[in-house]
Design a protein around this ligand. Structure first.
Ligand code: GRF
Length: 201
């Protein structure tokens, strides 16, 4: 399974998945990294790992249709089977979405459908969870559609919210869980234990 990553910032989830491929716990190949942020940790990590990487953004392609095509072309050039959004802060265009139906995955640091959608990213998610006095939060991996965080959830892991948690401590504990859970989920996809909605490409 060739994985194509899209990431905007640190890329720690991408790194965890790459490490799982290297150690052999995940039977997949990190094929390409695309970032809208040329100074992102994701791009640095890709260079460090020797993974082909591209900066593709509204700066490199001013027309949204051209950007969509450039992203799709990079994924196709590197024979990507599954697209992983690992902290990617942009919406994908219709060409890319329709070329990979049911094969674009996103990770979200809460138990969707709660605490998802526009504006629910980063620390905002954990602040909302704590403000609502939830005792449980977690990690969701879902299929990507044209909106934020609305596609079908394929896997979830729970993380306890401790009474003493701040948004920062909860964020750190959830991110740690993300790092193991994303690679585990991808491995279950390679074995067929988790079936993606369609095999069409
Ligand atoms: C993660 O918390 C993920 O759930 C969210 O963005 C964050 C990305 O972190 N979608 P990193 O760039 O992988 O470190």
């Amino acid at each position: 399974m060739n994985i194509g990553f899209l990431a905007s910032h640190n890329g720690s989830n991408m790194q965890a998945i790459v490490d799982a491929c290297t150690s052999g716990t995940l039977h997949a190949v990190p094929a390409v990294v695309i970032s809208n942020n040329n100074s992102s940790g994701a791009i640095s990590r890709a260079k460090q790992e020797g993974i082909p990487c591209y900066h593709l953004s509204a700066k490199t392609h001013t027309e949204p249709e051209e950007l969509d095509q450039a992203i799709l072309s990079a994924l196709l050039q590197h024979k990507v089977d599954v697209v992983v959004l690992a902290g990617y802060m942009k919406k994908l265009g219709p060409k890319t979405l329709s070329r990979f139906p049911g094969r674009i995955l996103n990770i979200h640091p809460a138990l969707l459908p709660k605490y998802g959608g526009k504006g629910m990213y980063g620390m905002h998610v954990h602040e909302a969870v704590i403000a609502a006095a939830e005792t449980e939060s977690g990690v969701s991996i879902h299929i990507v559609d044209a909106e934020y965080d609305t596609g079908p959830v394929i896997a979830q892991a729970c993380v306890t919210v401790e009474p003493t948690d701040t948004p920062e401590t909860l964020a750190a504990r959830i991110l740690k869980r993300e790092h193991t859970f994303f690679a585990e989920t991808l491995q279950k996809i390679t074995t067929g234990e988790i079936a993606l909605p369609t095999e069409d490409k």
